[in-house]
Design a protein around this ligand. Sequence first.
Ligand code: IPE
Ligand code: IPE
Ligand code: MG
Length: 235
Amino acid sequence: MRVPNHIAIILDGNGRWAKAKGMPRGYGHIKGCANLETICDDIKDLGVKYLTVYAFSTENWKRSREEVEGLMKLFRSYLKKCMKSAEKNHMRVKVIGDPSAFAPDIQEKIRQLEEFSKDYDELYFQIALNYGSRDEIVRGVRKLAQDVADGKLVPDAIDESCFENYLDTAGVPDPDLMIRTSGELRLSNFLMWQLAYTEFYFTDVPWPDFHKEELIKAIEKYNERDRRYGGVKEE
Ligand code: IPE
Ligand code: IPE
Ligand code: MG
């Protein structure tokens, strides 16, 4: 079985999973967060080199104050626990998105985790927090425009690979497989530039129930795909 080099996952369905059990949405987030810890281990065991997860979008602030506060609490404890996971899996962790909207202590935890794990190179784990693809592109364009204004970059030098360096994912290869759990068939503002030639896998399984067997199923489906990148396969 060919293992994708980079898997991206939209962790969706925590709320509905909890509701179906007669529990509050926050309970789903707690279980979803626990599942993320296990999936990191499974991804490492399978030999995947890059994992990116969508954990909080630029649009998720629209949710109730109670839900957002619950999520912030969970991020605080998760970012702390993630240090152990980074150490165990020799995993480098990078947060993508705009952290400036988070409370200063969360921003500090992100900084510490990134610093602590920066020399690990067995798995590269990107966590998308306050991430939106449009926001990422606009922030990148702003930095690029500044470099042009400062005379560090000439417009003629701007091509796709130059532009990629201005994205949060600079230096990370594009995902090979994108998984979205819980039945929705959309991107919800996730990695729109990076997913240009990625294979998509959608499953009805909600994120808290998405375990190693489901991950293997997704990789098996990926193995059936014929990636042509616009070309024609030689007969
Ligand atoms: C994903 O689960 C987690 C976040 C977006 C933070 P949801 O909270 O979107 O769960 P559903 O989709 O409402 O069931
Ligand atoms: C996308 O899920 C964002 C995350 C999983 C973090 P949403 O649940 O926010 O997306 P929509 O609202 O169903 O499109
Ligand atoms: Mg959702």
